[in-house]
Design a protein around this ligand. Structure first.
Ligand code: SF4
Length: 487
């Protein structure tokens, strides 16, 4: 057996020790094109944003069809499925969720619903913070709900106002005035495609154009445009509503923009390194984060390695900034994913390790700087440090390309409650001791902001600062801010 196959890492845990993105969305309007396959490839590029379910809805002007299921994009759709989805407009979705109750077909998106005489399909990335009050208001009007998701509340809200205006666009506009929180949405009826984004612009949403001006595309990230050869046009602006009908794109400022608040964690971990956000390639931002870390947290060492995938550009930057050689010390098993075939408890106890293999002959006898994007609960970092020590590292210094995560997210990212975030309850020295590292150092927030090339005012960085740009109702805060209540 080769070294690379001997010490693979990580029992697959019930909950990943990560900030997890909730969703990727995609939409296309292109007459005469195979919109189902365009969407399929777009979703492949967005697979990292959600690995629990995937779905595509297609319409031909009269009928709207959907295929969706639990699983990865490649598992959900067959050639036959894509052949059956004929039309000229489509929306697609990849979904992540952690709770058992959410692992249900009904919660997979696009969500299909009737709005007046129309059928609509909606794909949402983000999280509304006033779901409960909107649901209550709609319930008093006699509206019935089938699920507990904020996406269904959104659909019912759009439905309610569409009936008043006799126009879906008018319905969306009024719904946007009432919805609070993060939402980047693509939605379609049988004949029109819509894209809209919350007035803070928390989650990304970009507009693209197919080659030869053959159609319009919307996606969570530019990497989903690249895969289908589409040109990036611009972001959907915060508070903007766009409709494409008859091949014509019409944009309006449906609600006034608020303080811009793009999630800074997109630059740390969520977005793919080849995507461009705020005119900055995510790879370059991550490399700068590593370079800044080399200056703020230097250490004597023999080699810098990165934790695949998000830690690699930061490790390259740390090596460049410090002069310490860069090495490939960890190999990722790329096809594990979040499947529904979980290891049984007995297999877990035998210590099956599924995600990373160390390259022993590279690590052995070396003082290692290992660069990762963040520490959330600390359990994964602890296993990683142990793995490197087992592989023969004489010292392990952990460097993080983000500040300590001390506040939970309410805008579409699955984080633990505050008392589960290790940095909220432990000092840096205690964290180093807990994970077994010789040293731990975090990137200061100012350096993280600087890595984006944009001013701090353009971002949400609440999970580091506690400064939430969109007010969060007490009923929701209470669930996650347990330390604040105990203070
Ligand atoms: S709280 Fe953190 S993860 Fe959530 S949107 Fe703000 S920066 Fe992103």
């Amino acid at each position: 057996m080769s070294d690379t196959h001997r010490d693979d890492l990580f029992v697959q845990d019930d909950r990943p020790d990560r900030m997890e993105e909730e969703c990727g969305v995609f939409g296309v309007y292109a007459t005469g094109e195979d919109v189902a396959r365009i969407t399929y490839f777009g979703l492949h590029a967005l697979q990292h944003r959600g690995q629990e379910s995937a779905g595509i809805a297609v319409a031909d002007g009269h009928t709207l069809m959907v295929v969706k299921n639990l699983g990865l994009v490649a598992q959900v759709f067959s050639e036959g499925d894509l052949d059956s989805l004929q039309g000229h407009l489509a929306v697609g979705h990849t979904r992540y969720s952690t709770t058992g109750a959410s692992r249900k077909w009904e919660n997979a998106q696009p969500m299909i619903s009737a709005i007046g005489p129309n059928t609509i399909a909606l794909a949402h990335n983000g999280n509304l913070v006033n779901t409960a009050s909107l649901r209550e208001q709609l319930s008093t009007l006699g509206v019935r709900f089938r699920s507990t998701t904020d996406s269904e509340v959104m659909v019912r809200l759009v439905d309610h106002f569409t009936q008043q205006h006799d126009s879906i666009r008018g319905g969306i506009r009024d719904a946007m005035r009432l919805m609070r929180g993060a939402y980047s949405v693509v939605m379609m009826s049988e004949s029109a495609l819509y894209a809209f984004r919350d007035p803070y612009g928390v989650r990304p949403l970009v507009i693209g154009r197919l080659p030869g001006e053959k159609g319009w595309v919307f996606a969570s990230e530019t990497c989903a445009l690249d895969i289908i050869g589409a040109e990036v046009i611009r972001d959907v602006a915060p508070g903007e509503l766009i409709r494409v009908k008859g091949g014509v794109l019409e944009a309006e400022q449906a609600v006034p923009p608020e303080k811009p608040s793009l999630c800074i964690f997109e630059f740390v971990y969520f977005a793919r390194p080849d995507s461009i956000l705020q005119e900055r390639t995510v790879y370059e931002a991550r490399r700068s984060q590593g370079m800044a870390l080399a200056h703020t947290a230097p250490v004597e060492a023999d080699m810098v390695i990165g934790v695949p995938d998000s830690g690699i550009p930061g490790a390259v930057g740390y090596a460049q900034g410090s002069g310490i050689p860069y090495g490939e010390g960890l190999v990722k098993n790329r096809y594990v994913g979040r499947t529904f075939i979980s290891p049984t408890q007995s297999i877990r106890q035998q210590g099956i390790r599924m995600k990373l293999n160390p390259l022993r002959h590279i690590i052995k006898g070396q003082r290692i700087v290992v660069v990762d994007d963040s520490i959330v609960r600390g359990n994964t970092s602890k296993k990683l440090v142990q793995l490197l020590r087992d592989a023969g590292a004489t010292e392990v210094h952990m460097r993080l390309t983000s500040p300590p995560v001390v506040w939970p997210c309410f805008y579409g990212i699955d984080t633990d409650s505050q008392d589960q975030l290790i940095a909220a309850t432990h000092s840096v020295e205690e964290i180093a001791e807990f994970i077994g590292a010789d040293s731990v150092a975090y990137l200061p927030l100012d350096d993280l902001i600087a890595s984006t090339g944009r001013p701090a005012e353009e971002f949400c960085s609440a999970c580091f600062s506690g400064d939430y740009p969109i007010d969060v109702p007490d009923s929701i805060r209470r669930g996650k801010l347990r330390l604040e209540q105990n203070a």
